[in-house]
Design a protein around this ligand. Sequence first.
Ligand SMILES: CC(C)(COP(=O)(O)OP(=O)(O)OC[C@H]1O[C@@H](n2cnc3c(N)ncnc32)[C@H](O)[C@@H]1OP(=O)(O)O)[C@@H](O)C(=O)NCCC(=O)NCCSC(=O)C[C@@](O)(CC(=O)O)C(=O)O
Ligand SMILES: [Mg+2]
Length: 295
Amino acid sequence: MSRIRKSMLFIPGNNPSMIQNAGVFGADSVILDLEDAVSMDEKDSARNLVYNGLMALDFGASEKVVRINPLDTHMGIKDLSFISKAKPDAILVPKADEKSIKLCCSMLDNIEKEMNYNHGQIKIIALIETAYGVEKSSDIIQISDRVEGILLGGEDLTADLGVHRTLQGDEIFYGRTRLVMAAKAFNKQVIDTPFTDVNDNAGLRSDSQLAVKLGFTGKALINPRQIDIVHEVFSPTEEEIKWATDVLKEWEVAKAKGLGVFSFNGKMVDAPILSRAKNTLKKAGLELETGGDLI
Ligand SMILES: CC(C)(COP(=O)(O)OP(=O)(O)OC[C@H]1O[C@@H](n2cnc3c(N)ncnc32)[C@H](O)[C@@H]1OP(=O)(O)O)[C@@H](O)C(=O)NCCC(=O)NCCSC(=O)C[C@@](O)(CC(=O)O)C(=O)O
Ligand SMILES: [Mg+2]
């Protein structure tokens, strides 16, 4: 089962003090970035810094992810070859397409063999940020079990579409829903694009609420101050947990009476509603008190 990734915090790979603190923020994953956040003349020093950070620092409970440069560049190949030897938990592949993900998989196969790592231990998250990537997302996601999820890159996607990025995000709505469908169809995670105004908490909250409503399983972040809001919005509320627990208890009673459908607080409950209740408890990290198949 894939690890929980409600919050994935980008940290520029050329910033030693930010990297030093990576483990204390409480993000589910930290993404040490060698791509967009690092200028061309700092690419080599950032690669060394991230490698040394992975080898020496304590990242606490946070997953260690590295965003490499695109794999159709010499820099990207160098990043993956070098960084994988510091045993990151996952690689975030930018501008993902079928070719880059297949190449990443075969390079990781070789590196894991050479380093005596377990086969498949370094996971892949595909960063979907081109119109091509959106259209091919369901193919990309199926390439390997290593690919545990896809992350939407809203800034690059709107650049590729030749449109402006807006607060409401109408221009990325199709991309968002398309990625959610692809991920859910193949039982993978789907992580929403970062909200880039770090001082607009209300905007972050409503953007995160929209992502939850659409089916995203987590959100990328660019600042530690965004973590609490995202964790809160991506976790079921007390009210939702109570509803799920009560529905599943009522189901036990209904089942004993041989009923496949029953009424709870005046509303019909059948298999999909029971599934939703189970999912709510799963998201909250709670054990189900009821066992067995639904209906
Ligand atoms: C935004 C801002 C400049 C604001 O600075 P500010 O100075 O106003 O922040 P403050 O809140 O005042 O900082 C208070 C304290 O937190 C520390 N602190 C801040 N941020 C921290 C952090 N991330 N990690 C650890 N520590 C951090 C800071 O050092 C300070 O520490 P201290 O001095 O000790 O008190 C800063 O956050 C930042 O650089 N963020 C990362 C930006 C980045 O990675 N972008 C690339 C990835 S996105 C991307 O690429 C989009 C996309 O992937 C997808 C697509 O396509 O759409 C693409 O491709 O485009
Ligand atoms: Mg990008």
